[in-house]
Design a protein around this ligand. Structure first.
Ligand code: NAI
Ligand code: CS2
Length: 492
Protein backbone atom coordinates (compact mmCIF):
# COMPACT_ATOMS: atom_id res chain seq x y z
CA UNK A 1 0.00 0.00 0.00
CA UNK A 2 1.24 3.50 -0.83
CA UNK A 3 0.09 6.39 1.37
CA UNK A 4 0.21 10.01 0.30
CA UNK A 5 -0.43 12.59 2.96
CA UNK A 6 -1.39 16.14 2.17
CA UNK A 7 -1.76 18.76 4.85
CA UNK A 8 -5.10 20.45 4.32
CA UNK A 9 -4.16 23.21 6.76
CA UNK A 10 -1.78 24.59 4.15
CA UNK A 11 -4.73 25.70 2.06
CA UNK A 12 -5.10 29.45 1.89
CA UNK A 13 -8.87 29.46 1.81
CA UNK A 14 -9.32 30.80 -1.69
CA UNK A 15 -11.44 28.70 -3.91
CA UNK A 16 -11.04 29.40 -7.59
CA UNK A 17 -13.34 26.45 -8.23
CA UNK A 18 -16.92 25.92 -7.08
CA UNK A 19 -18.28 22.42 -7.54
CA UNK A 20 -21.94 21.41 -7.70
CA UNK A 21 -22.61 17.78 -6.74
CA UNK A 22 -20.47 16.69 -3.80
CA UNK A 23 -20.79 12.98 -4.47
CA UNK A 24 -18.37 10.07 -4.49
CA UNK A 25 -17.14 10.76 -8.00
CA UNK A 26 -16.12 14.36 -7.40
CA UNK A 27 -14.19 13.34 -4.30
CA UNK A 28 -12.33 10.57 -6.15
CA UNK A 29 -11.74 12.26 -9.51
CA UNK A 30 -11.58 16.06 -9.90
CA UNK A 31 -10.47 16.53 -6.27
CA UNK A 32 -7.67 14.00 -6.66
CA UNK A 33 -6.29 15.68 -9.79
CA UNK A 34 -6.25 19.00 -7.95
CA UNK A 35 -4.71 17.46 -4.86
CA UNK A 36 -1.88 16.00 -6.90
CA UNK A 37 -1.43 19.33 -8.65
CA UNK A 38 -1.30 21.32 -5.40
CA UNK A 39 0.98 18.85 -3.76
CA UNK A 40 3.43 18.81 -6.65
CA UNK A 41 3.47 22.54 -7.44
CA UNK A 42 2.71 24.04 -4.04
CA UNK A 43 0.32 26.31 -5.94
CA UNK A 44 -2.47 26.96 -3.44
CA UNK A 45 -4.48 29.41 -5.53
CA UNK A 46 -6.88 26.66 -6.61
CA UNK A 47 -9.16 25.13 -4.00
CA UNK A 48 -12.76 23.95 -4.10
CA UNK A 49 -15.99 25.02 -2.48
CA UNK A 50 -18.22 22.00 -3.06
CA UNK A 51 -22.00 22.01 -2.69
CA UNK A 52 -24.79 19.50 -2.58
CA UNK A 53 -28.06 20.68 -4.10
CA UNK A 54 -29.87 17.62 -2.80
CA UNK A 55 -28.93 14.54 -0.79
CA UNK A 56 -26.94 14.44 1.16
CA UNK A 57 -26.63 17.08 3.87
CA UNK A 58 -25.05 14.38 6.02
CA UNK A 59 -21.97 14.24 3.83
CA UNK A 60 -21.66 18.04 3.80
CA UNK A 61 -21.79 18.25 7.59
CA UNK A 62 -19.63 15.24 8.16
CA UNK A 63 -16.93 16.60 5.86
CA UNK A 64 -16.99 19.90 7.70
CA UNK A 65 -16.67 18.08 11.04
CA UNK A 66 -13.67 16.20 9.68
CA UNK A 67 -11.91 19.50 8.87
CA UNK A 68 -12.52 18.92 5.16
CA UNK A 69 -10.10 16.03 5.00
CA UNK A 70 -10.99 12.62 3.69
CA UNK A 71 -9.36 9.58 2.15
CA UNK A 72 -9.46 8.07 -1.31
CA UNK A 73 -8.45 4.42 -1.64
CA UNK A 74 -7.42 3.59 -5.20
CA UNK A 75 -7.37 -0.14 -5.85
CA UNK A 76 -5.55 -1.66 -8.82
CA UNK A 77 -6.67 -4.99 -7.35
CA UNK A 78 -7.02 -6.44 -3.86
CA UNK A 79 -3.23 -6.51 -3.45
CA UNK A 80 -2.36 -3.07 -4.78
CA UNK A 81 -3.73 0.04 -3.17
CA UNK A 82 -2.83 3.71 -3.01
CA UNK A 83 -4.34 5.62 -0.13
CA UNK A 84 -4.51 9.40 -0.42
CA UNK A 85 -5.60 12.01 2.04
CA UNK A 86 -7.35 14.86 0.28
CA UNK A 87 -7.61 18.45 1.43
CA UNK A 88 -8.53 20.51 -1.62
CA UNK A 89 -12.22 20.77 -0.72
CA UNK A 90 -12.01 23.74 1.62
CA UNK A 91 -15.70 24.30 2.18
CA UNK A 92 -18.88 22.24 1.76
CA UNK A 93 -22.37 23.70 1.46
CA UNK A 94 -25.90 22.35 1.27
CA UNK A 95 -28.70 24.04 -0.65
CA UNK A 96 -31.26 21.21 -0.81
CA UNK A 97 -34.26 20.29 1.28
CA UNK A 98 -33.55 19.45 4.91
CA UNK A 99 -35.35 16.98 7.16
CA UNK A 100 -37.83 19.68 8.21
CA UNK A 101 -38.70 20.28 4.53
CA UNK A 102 -36.91 23.65 4.45
CA UNK A 103 -34.94 24.49 1.31
CA UNK A 104 -31.74 26.33 0.76
CA UNK A 105 -29.79 26.30 4.04
CA UNK A 106 -26.56 27.54 2.43
CA UNK A 107 -28.01 28.87 -0.81
CA UNK A 108 -27.00 32.46 -0.24
CA UNK A 109 -23.48 31.43 0.75
CA UNK A 110 -23.20 29.34 -2.40
CA UNK A 111 -24.48 32.18 -4.59
CA UNK A 112 -21.93 34.49 -2.98
CA UNK A 113 -19.12 32.04 -3.74
CA UNK A 114 -20.36 31.66 -7.31
CA UNK A 115 -20.60 35.42 -7.79
CA UNK A 116 -17.18 36.15 -6.26
CA UNK A 117 -14.54 37.32 -8.79
CA UNK A 118 -12.11 34.71 -7.39
CA UNK A 119 -14.33 31.90 -8.74
CA UNK A 120 -13.05 31.11 -12.19
CA UNK A 121 -14.36 27.62 -12.83
CA UNK A 122 -17.59 25.85 -11.85
CA UNK A 123 -17.49 22.07 -12.22
CA UNK A 124 -20.56 19.85 -12.03
CA UNK A 125 -21.38 16.22 -11.21
CA UNK A 126 -25.10 16.48 -10.52
CA UNK A 127 -25.99 13.30 -12.47
CA UNK A 128 -27.69 13.35 -15.85
CA UNK A 129 -31.07 14.23 -14.38
CA UNK A 130 -29.65 17.30 -12.61
CA UNK A 131 -29.70 19.27 -15.89
CA UNK A 132 -33.45 18.74 -16.45
CA UNK A 133 -32.95 18.07 -20.15
CA UNK A 134 -34.88 15.63 -22.28
CA UNK A 135 -32.40 12.76 -22.78
CA UNK A 136 -33.37 12.37 -26.44
CA UNK A 137 -33.91 15.95 -27.63
CA UNK A 138 -31.61 17.74 -25.19
CA UNK A 139 -34.28 20.43 -24.63
CA UNK A 140 -34.79 21.92 -21.16
CA UNK A 141 -37.86 20.48 -19.41
CA UNK A 142 -39.55 23.83 -18.74
CA UNK A 143 -42.61 22.20 -17.20
CA UNK A 144 -40.64 20.10 -14.71
CA UNK A 145 -41.74 21.35 -11.26
CA UNK A 146 -38.16 22.11 -10.18
CA UNK A 147 -37.40 24.17 -13.30
CA UNK A 148 -40.84 25.78 -13.20
CA UNK A 149 -40.05 26.73 -9.58
CA UNK A 150 -36.77 28.36 -10.63
CA UNK A 151 -38.61 30.31 -13.34
CA UNK A 152 -41.11 31.63 -10.79
CA UNK A 153 -38.47 32.27 -8.08
CA UNK A 154 -35.21 32.94 -9.93
CA UNK A 155 -33.54 34.56 -6.90
CA UNK A 156 -34.04 31.42 -4.79
CA UNK A 157 -32.96 28.75 -7.25
CA UNK A 158 -33.07 25.07 -6.38
CA UNK A 159 -31.62 23.47 -9.53
CA UNK A 160 -28.09 23.53 -10.90
CA UNK A 161 -29.11 25.51 -14.00
CA UNK A 162 -31.06 27.92 -11.75
CA UNK A 163 -28.07 28.54 -9.47
CA UNK A 164 -25.79 29.11 -12.44
CA UNK A 165 -28.21 31.59 -14.02
CA UNK A 166 -28.63 33.60 -10.83
CA UNK A 167 -24.88 33.61 -10.16
CA UNK A 168 -24.10 34.72 -13.71
CA UNK A 169 -26.78 37.44 -13.48
CA UNK A 170 -25.09 38.74 -10.33
CA UNK A 171 -21.68 38.73 -11.99
CA UNK A 172 -23.02 40.53 -15.03
CA UNK A 173 -24.64 43.28 -12.97
CA UNK A 174 -21.46 43.68 -10.93
CA UNK A 175 -19.30 43.85 -14.07
CA UNK A 176 -17.46 40.66 -13.12
CA UNK A 177 -16.30 38.36 -15.92
CA UNK A 178 -18.09 35.00 -15.99
CA UNK A 179 -16.65 31.72 -14.76
CA UNK A 180 -16.11 28.75 -17.06
CA UNK A 181 -18.65 25.95 -16.63
CA UNK A 182 -17.17 22.45 -16.84
CA UNK A 183 -19.67 19.61 -16.86
CA UNK A 184 -18.22 16.33 -15.57
CA UNK A 185 -21.32 14.20 -15.97
CA UNK A 186 -21.68 11.26 -18.32
CA UNK A 187 -23.61 12.98 -21.06
CA UNK A 188 -22.81 13.33 -24.75
CA UNK A 189 -21.57 16.82 -25.69
CA UNK A 190 -21.94 17.63 -22.03
CA UNK A 191 -20.69 21.21 -22.44
CA UNK A 192 -23.24 21.99 -25.15
CA UNK A 193 -25.98 20.30 -23.13
CA UNK A 194 -25.15 22.33 -20.05
CA UNK A 195 -25.12 25.51 -22.14
CA UNK A 196 -28.56 24.61 -23.47
CA UNK A 197 -29.95 24.17 -19.95
CA UNK A 198 -28.45 27.41 -18.62
CA UNK A 199 -29.18 29.63 -21.62
CA UNK A 200 -32.75 28.35 -22.02
CA UNK A 201 -33.48 28.97 -18.36
CA UNK A 202 -31.85 32.42 -18.50
CA UNK A 203 -34.06 33.29 -21.48
CA UNK A 204 -37.11 32.85 -19.25
CA UNK A 205 -35.70 35.77 -17.28
CA UNK A 206 -34.38 38.06 -19.98
CA UNK A 207 -33.09 37.87 -23.53
CA UNK A 208 -30.18 40.16 -22.63
CA UNK A 209 -29.01 37.83 -19.87
CA UNK A 210 -29.42 34.75 -22.05
CA UNK A 211 -27.52 36.34 -24.93
CA UNK A 212 -24.74 37.49 -22.60
CA UNK A 213 -24.34 33.98 -21.19
CA UNK A 214 -24.45 32.44 -24.64
CA UNK A 215 -21.70 34.69 -25.97
CA UNK A 216 -19.54 35.25 -22.88
CA UNK A 217 -19.57 31.95 -20.96
CA UNK A 218 -17.35 29.03 -21.97
CA UNK A 219 -18.87 25.57 -21.61
CA UNK A 220 -16.05 23.16 -22.54
CA UNK A 221 -17.04 19.50 -22.75
CA UNK A 222 -15.18 16.82 -20.86
CA UNK A 223 -14.92 13.07 -20.79
CA UNK A 224 -14.51 11.76 -17.26
CA UNK A 225 -13.64 8.21 -16.34
CA UNK A 226 -12.96 6.49 -13.06
CA UNK A 227 -15.10 3.74 -11.56
CA UNK A 228 -16.17 5.02 -8.15
CA UNK A 229 -18.83 2.78 -6.60
CA UNK A 230 -21.04 3.93 -3.75
CA UNK A 231 -19.41 2.94 -0.46
CA UNK A 232 -20.52 -0.29 1.23
CA UNK A 233 -20.14 -1.45 4.83
CA UNK A 234 -17.45 -3.85 3.58
CA UNK A 235 -15.48 -0.96 2.08
CA UNK A 236 -15.54 0.97 5.35
CA UNK A 237 -14.55 -2.18 7.26
CA UNK A 238 -11.65 -2.88 4.88
CA UNK A 239 -10.37 0.69 5.36
CA UNK A 240 -10.64 0.36 9.13
CA UNK A 241 -8.33 -2.63 9.00
CA UNK A 242 -5.83 -0.30 7.28
CA UNK A 243 -6.26 2.18 10.13
CA UNK A 244 -8.55 4.55 8.21
CA UNK A 245 -11.67 5.38 10.18
CA UNK A 246 -13.23 7.91 7.83
CA UNK A 247 -16.96 8.28 7.20
CA UNK A 248 -16.22 10.40 4.12
CA UNK A 249 -13.74 8.04 2.49
CA UNK A 250 -14.21 6.83 -1.07
CA UNK A 251 -13.00 3.65 -2.71
CA UNK A 252 -12.30 3.55 -6.44
CA UNK A 253 -10.22 1.88 -9.12
CA UNK A 254 -6.63 2.97 -9.76
CA UNK A 255 -7.44 3.94 -13.35
CA UNK A 256 -8.43 7.54 -13.94
CA UNK A 257 -8.95 9.54 -17.12
CA UNK A 258 -10.05 13.08 -17.86
CA UNK A 259 -10.17 14.53 -21.35
CA UNK A 260 -11.10 18.20 -21.38
CA UNK A 261 -11.71 20.76 -24.11
CA UNK A 262 -9.16 23.47 -23.55
CA UNK A 263 -11.34 26.55 -23.38
CA UNK A 264 -10.95 28.35 -20.05
CA UNK A 265 -10.93 32.11 -20.69
CA UNK A 266 -10.66 32.84 -16.95
CA UNK A 267 -7.72 30.47 -16.45
CA UNK A 268 -7.32 26.96 -15.07
CA UNK A 269 -4.89 24.78 -13.11
CA UNK A 270 -2.17 23.15 -15.24
CA UNK A 271 -4.15 19.92 -15.23
CA UNK A 272 -2.21 18.52 -18.17
CA UNK A 273 0.78 18.11 -15.86
CA UNK A 274 -1.29 15.65 -13.80
CA UNK A 275 -2.23 13.53 -16.80
CA UNK A 276 -5.38 15.32 -17.93
CA UNK A 277 -5.62 15.31 -21.72
CA UNK A 278 -6.45 18.80 -22.96
CA UNK A 279 -7.93 18.66 -26.47
CA UNK A 280 -9.73 20.84 -29.00
CA UNK A 281 -12.63 18.39 -29.43
CA UNK A 282 -13.60 15.85 -26.82
CA UNK A 283 -16.50 14.31 -28.74
CA UNK A 284 -14.80 11.14 -30.08
CA UNK A 285 -13.49 10.23 -26.60
CA UNK A 286 -16.79 10.99 -24.95
CA UNK A 287 -18.73 8.91 -27.46
CA UNK A 288 -16.32 5.99 -27.18
CA UNK A 289 -16.50 5.96 -23.40
CA UNK A 290 -20.27 6.35 -23.21
CA UNK A 291 -20.96 3.62 -25.75
CA UNK A 292 -18.23 1.14 -24.79
CA UNK A 293 -17.81 1.49 -21.01
CA UNK A 294 -21.16 2.87 -19.93
CA UNK A 295 -23.05 0.87 -22.54
CA UNK A 296 -21.44 -2.32 -21.19
CA UNK A 297 -22.20 -1.27 -17.63
CA UNK A 298 -25.86 -0.79 -18.45
CA UNK A 299 -26.05 -4.20 -20.16
CA UNK A 300 -24.73 -5.81 -16.99
CA UNK A 301 -26.93 -3.61 -14.80
CA UNK A 302 -30.30 -4.66 -16.22
CA UNK A 303 -29.58 -8.22 -17.31
CA UNK A 304 -27.51 -9.01 -14.22
CA UNK A 305 -30.00 -7.47 -11.80
CA UNK A 306 -32.81 -9.52 -13.35
CA UNK A 307 -30.73 -12.62 -12.63
CA UNK A 308 -30.09 -11.50 -9.00
CA UNK A 309 -26.39 -10.79 -9.63
CA UNK A 310 -25.04 -8.19 -7.20
CA UNK A 311 -21.94 -6.51 -8.65
CA UNK A 312 -20.06 -5.84 -11.88
CA UNK A 313 -17.29 -8.16 -10.69
CA UNK A 314 -19.79 -10.97 -10.04
CA UNK A 315 -21.30 -10.52 -13.50
CA UNK A 316 -18.06 -10.45 -15.50
CA UNK A 317 -16.79 -13.45 -13.57
CA UNK A 318 -19.47 -15.36 -15.48
CA UNK A 319 -18.12 -16.09 -19.00
CA UNK A 320 -21.59 -15.69 -20.54
CA UNK A 321 -21.87 -12.04 -19.45
CA UNK A 322 -18.25 -11.36 -20.32
CA UNK A 323 -18.81 -12.74 -23.82
CA UNK A 324 -21.92 -10.57 -24.16
CA UNK A 325 -19.89 -7.45 -23.36
CA UNK A 326 -17.16 -8.45 -25.75
CA UNK A 327 -19.71 -9.00 -28.55
CA UNK A 328 -21.54 -5.77 -27.76
CA UNK A 329 -18.38 -3.65 -27.71
CA UNK A 330 -16.70 -5.16 -30.76
CA UNK A 331 -19.68 -5.89 -33.00
CA UNK A 332 -22.14 -3.15 -32.13
CA UNK A 333 -20.49 -0.21 -30.34
CA UNK A 334 -17.06 -0.10 -32.04
CA UNK A 335 -18.36 0.07 -35.64
CA UNK A 336 -20.28 3.24 -34.75
CA UNK A 337 -17.16 5.11 -33.56
CA UNK A 338 -15.01 7.49 -35.56
CA UNK A 339 -11.79 7.66 -33.58
CA UNK A 340 -8.41 9.29 -34.24
CA UNK A 341 -6.08 6.75 -35.84
CA UNK A 342 -3.89 6.30 -32.77
CA UNK A 343 -6.81 5.01 -30.69
CA UNK A 344 -7.03 1.20 -30.69
CA UNK A 345 -10.68 0.48 -29.95
CA UNK A 346 -10.12 -3.26 -29.68
CA UNK A 347 -7.43 -2.74 -27.03
CA UNK A 348 -9.81 -0.31 -25.28
CA UNK A 349 -12.45 -3.05 -25.13
CA UNK A 350 -9.89 -5.43 -23.57
CA UNK A 351 -8.87 -2.80 -21.02
CA UNK A 352 -12.51 -2.28 -20.03
CA UNK A 353 -13.05 -6.00 -19.47
CA UNK A 354 -9.94 -6.01 -17.26
CA UNK A 355 -11.20 -3.00 -15.28
CA UNK A 356 -14.62 -4.59 -14.77
CA UNK A 357 -12.82 -7.64 -13.34
CA UNK A 358 -11.22 -5.58 -10.54
CA UNK A 359 -11.75 -7.82 -7.53
CA UNK A 360 -11.63 -4.98 -4.99
CA UNK A 361 -14.64 -3.02 -6.17
CA UNK A 362 -18.16 -3.78 -5.04
CA UNK A 363 -19.86 -1.86 -7.81
CA UNK A 364 -23.53 -2.69 -7.39
CA UNK A 365 -25.49 -3.35 -10.55
CA UNK A 366 -28.47 -1.66 -8.93
CA UNK A 367 -26.44 1.56 -8.65
CA UNK A 368 -25.66 1.54 -12.35
CA UNK A 369 -29.26 0.61 -13.19
CA UNK A 370 -30.46 3.87 -11.61
CA UNK A 371 -31.86 6.55 -13.98
CA UNK A 372 -31.96 4.30 -17.04
CA UNK A 373 -34.25 6.75 -18.85
CA UNK A 374 -31.47 9.33 -18.62
CA UNK A 375 -28.69 7.02 -19.71
CA UNK A 376 -29.92 4.69 -22.43
CA UNK A 377 -30.17 7.15 -25.34
CA UNK A 378 -26.44 7.94 -25.32
CA UNK A 379 -25.25 4.52 -24.19
CA UNK A 380 -27.26 2.18 -26.47
CA UNK A 381 -29.85 3.84 -28.59
CA UNK A 382 -27.49 6.03 -30.59
CA UNK A 383 -25.52 2.83 -31.21
CA UNK A 384 -28.67 1.04 -32.38
CA UNK A 385 -29.69 4.00 -34.54
CA UNK A 386 -26.33 4.10 -36.33
CA UNK A 387 -26.33 0.33 -36.83
CA UNK A 388 -29.90 0.25 -38.12
CA UNK A 389 -29.02 2.92 -40.70
CA UNK A 390 -25.91 0.98 -41.73
CA UNK A 391 -27.70 -2.38 -41.81
CA UNK A 392 -25.50 -3.80 -39.03
CA UNK A 393 -26.48 -6.07 -36.14
CA UNK A 394 -28.38 -4.68 -33.14
CA UNK A 395 -28.95 -7.91 -31.17
CA UNK A 396 -27.07 -6.94 -28.00
CA UNK A 397 -28.78 -3.56 -27.68
CA UNK A 398 -32.14 -5.22 -28.39
CA UNK A 399 -31.51 -7.68 -25.58
CA UNK A 400 -30.36 -4.89 -23.27
CA UNK A 401 -33.46 -2.86 -24.02
CA UNK A 402 -35.68 -5.88 -23.38
CA UNK A 403 -33.81 -6.28 -20.08
CA UNK A 404 -34.38 -2.62 -19.14
CA UNK A 405 -38.08 -2.85 -19.96
CA UNK A 406 -38.44 -5.96 -17.79
CA UNK A 407 -36.28 -4.36 -15.07
CA UNK A 408 -38.59 -1.35 -14.78
CA UNK A 409 -41.31 -3.72 -13.61
CA UNK A 410 -39.46 -3.71 -10.27
CA UNK A 411 -38.88 -7.44 -9.73
CA UNK A 412 -36.12 -9.85 -10.69
CA UNK A 413 -36.96 -12.84 -12.89
CA UNK A 414 -36.99 -14.84 -9.66
CA UNK A 415 -39.65 -12.53 -8.22
CA UNK A 416 -37.57 -10.46 -5.77
CA UNK A 417 -38.89 -6.89 -5.57
CA UNK A 418 -36.69 -3.78 -5.74
CA UNK A 419 -37.25 -0.06 -6.13
CA UNK A 420 -36.88 1.36 -9.62
CA UNK A 421 -34.94 4.59 -9.14
CA UNK A 422 -35.67 6.76 -12.18
CA UNK A 423 -37.22 10.20 -12.74
CA UNK A 424 -39.93 8.59 -14.91
CA UNK A 425 -40.37 5.42 -12.82
CA UNK A 426 -44.08 6.10 -12.27
CA UNK A 427 -44.74 6.55 -15.97
CA UNK A 428 -42.95 3.27 -16.69
CA UNK A 429 -44.74 1.43 -13.90
CA UNK A 430 -48.07 2.57 -15.37
CA UNK A 431 -47.08 0.99 -18.70
CA UNK A 432 -46.43 -2.30 -16.93
CA UNK A 433 -49.74 -2.10 -15.14
CA UNK A 434 -51.61 -1.42 -18.35
CA UNK A 435 -49.84 -3.89 -20.65
CA UNK A 436 -48.15 -6.33 -18.27
CA UNK A 437 -49.98 -9.36 -19.62
CA UNK A 438 -49.41 -8.52 -23.29
CA UNK A 439 -45.70 -8.39 -24.20
CA UNK A 440 -46.30 -7.02 -27.70
CA UNK A 441 -48.41 -4.16 -26.37
CA UNK A 442 -45.86 -3.56 -23.61
CA UNK A 443 -42.95 -3.25 -26.06
CA UNK A 444 -45.10 -1.03 -28.29
CA UNK A 445 -45.88 1.22 -25.34
CA UNK A 446 -42.21 1.49 -24.30
CA UNK A 447 -41.27 2.35 -27.89
CA UNK A 448 -43.65 5.27 -27.52
CA UNK A 449 -41.68 6.78 -24.62
CA UNK A 450 -40.19 9.65 -26.59
CA UNK A 451 -37.88 10.88 -23.85
CA UNK A 452 -35.94 7.59 -24.11
CA UNK A 453 -36.40 6.03 -27.55
CA UNK A 454 -35.31 8.27 -30.43
CA UNK A 455 -37.94 8.49 -33.19
CA UNK A 456 -35.71 6.83 -35.81
CA UNK A 457 -35.29 3.80 -33.54
CA UNK A 458 -38.92 3.73 -32.42
CA UNK A 459 -40.25 3.46 -35.96
CA UNK A 460 -37.96 0.58 -36.95
CA UNK A 461 -40.30 -2.43 -36.93
CA UNK A 462 -37.50 -4.96 -37.36
CA UNK A 463 -35.74 -3.63 -34.27
CA UNK A 464 -38.97 -3.60 -32.31
CA UNK A 465 -39.56 -7.25 -33.23
CA UNK A 466 -35.99 -8.06 -32.14
CA UNK A 467 -36.66 -6.45 -28.75
CA UNK A 468 -39.95 -8.35 -28.41
CA UNK A 469 -38.23 -11.66 -29.25
CA UNK A 470 -35.52 -10.90 -26.70
CA UNK A 471 -38.12 -9.97 -24.10
CA UNK A 472 -39.97 -13.25 -24.60
CA UNK A 473 -36.83 -15.37 -24.39
CA UNK A 474 -35.63 -13.44 -21.35
CA UNK A 475 -38.87 -13.82 -19.43
CA UNK A 476 -39.53 -17.40 -20.48
CA UNK A 477 -36.04 -18.93 -20.36
CA UNK A 478 -33.87 -16.59 -18.31
CA UNK A 479 -30.98 -14.23 -18.93
CA UNK A 480 -28.24 -16.69 -19.84
CA UNK A 481 -30.42 -18.47 -22.38
CA UNK A 482 -31.38 -15.12 -23.89
CA UNK A 483 -27.75 -14.08 -24.16
CA UNK A 484 -26.75 -17.37 -25.74
CA UNK A 485 -29.64 -17.34 -28.18
CA UNK A 486 -29.91 -13.73 -29.20
CA UNK A 487 -26.80 -11.77 -28.64
CA UNK A 488 -24.91 -12.44 -31.82
CA UNK A 489 -22.17 -14.76 -33.06
CA UNK A 490 -19.54 -13.49 -30.60
CA UNK A 491 -21.51 -14.93 -27.72
CA UNK A 492 -22.49 -18.30 -29.03
P1 NAI B 1 -23.31 10.07 -5.82
O1 NAI B 1 -24.59 9.35 -5.65
O2 NAI B 1 -22.21 9.85 -4.87
O3 NAI B 1 -23.59 11.62 -5.88
C1 NAI B 1 -24.60 12.14 -6.70
C2 NAI B 1 -24.49 13.64 -6.66
O4 NAI B 1 -25.43 14.18 -7.56
C3 NAI B 1 -24.79 14.20 -5.29
O5 NAI B 1 -23.97 15.30 -5.09
C4 NAI B 1 -26.25 14.61 -5.42
O6 NAI B 1 -26.60 15.63 -4.53
C5 NAI B 1 -26.26 15.09 -6.85
N1 NAI B 1 -27.59 15.09 -7.48
C6 NAI B 1 -28.38 14.03 -7.76
N2 NAI B 1 -29.50 14.45 -8.37
C7 NAI B 1 -29.41 15.79 -8.47
C8 NAI B 1 -30.25 16.80 -8.99
N3 NAI B 1 -31.42 16.51 -9.56
N4 NAI B 1 -29.84 18.09 -8.92
C9 NAI B 1 -28.66 18.40 -8.35
N5 NAI B 1 -27.82 17.50 -7.85
C10 NAI B 1 -28.19 16.21 -7.91
O7 NAI B 1 -22.86 9.73 -7.33
P2 NAI B 1 -21.43 9.95 -7.99
O8 NAI B 1 -20.68 8.68 -7.94
O9 NAI B 1 -20.80 11.15 -7.41
O10 NAI B 1 -21.82 10.20 -9.51
C11 NAI B 1 -22.39 11.42 -9.90
C12 NAI B 1 -22.25 11.57 -11.40
O11 NAI B 1 -20.87 11.65 -11.74
C13 NAI B 1 -22.77 10.41 -12.23
O12 NAI B 1 -24.16 10.51 -12.45
C14 NAI B 1 -21.99 10.57 -13.51
O13 NAI B 1 -22.62 11.50 -14.38
C15 NAI B 1 -20.66 11.13 -13.03
N6 NAI B 1 -19.65 10.07 -13.02
C16 NAI B 1 -19.63 9.13 -12.01
C17 NAI B 1 -18.70 8.11 -12.04
C18 NAI B 1 -18.67 7.03 -11.00
O14 NAI B 1 -18.06 5.98 -11.25
N7 NAI B 1 -19.28 7.18 -9.85
C19 NAI B 1 -17.68 8.06 -13.10
C20 NAI B 1 -17.87 9.04 -14.14
C21 NAI B 1 -18.80 10.02 -14.07
C1 CS2 C 1 -21.81 3.91 -14.43
C2 CS2 C 1 -20.80 5.04 -14.45
O1 CS2 C 1 -23.32 4.50 -12.74
C3 CS2 C 1 -23.18 4.33 -13.95
O2 CS2 C 1 -24.08 4.47 -14.75
O3 CS2 C 1 -21.86 3.36 -15.71
O4 CS2 C 1 -20.94 5.94 -13.46
C4 CS2 C 1 -19.36 4.52 -14.52
O5 CS2 C 1 -18.96 3.90 -13.32
C5 CS2 C 1 -18.41 5.64 -14.82
O6 CS2 C 1 -18.85 6.37 -15.92
C6 CS2 C 1 -16.99 5.17 -15.01
O7 CS2 C 1 -16.21 6.23 -15.43
Amino acid sequence: MTTQHIDAASANGQFGIVHLGLGAFHRAHQAVYLERYRQRTGDQQWGVCSANLRASVKLVDSLQQAGYRYHVAEYANSQELTLREIGVIEEALFTGRDNADRWGRDREALLERLAAPITRIVTLTVTEKGYFLSPTSGELLLSDPMIAGDIVSPFEPRTAPGLLVEALARRRSAGVAPFTILCCDNMPHNGARTRKAVVTLARQRSDELANWIDTEVAFPSSMVDRIVPAMTEQDFAALQILGVDDANAVVCEAFSQWVVEDHFPAGRPAWEEEGVTMVADVAPFETMKLRMLNGSHSLLAYLGSLADIDTVFDAVSNPVYKALLSAYMREEAAPTLDMPQEIDVDAYADSLLARFANDSLRHKLQQIAMDGSQKLPQRWLQVAEANLVAGRDTACVALGLAGWIRYTQGTTLGGRAFRVDDPIAEQLEALHQRHGDDPRALIDAFFGVEAVIPKAVARDERFKQQVLDAYLTLTERGVEAAIAELAGPGVR
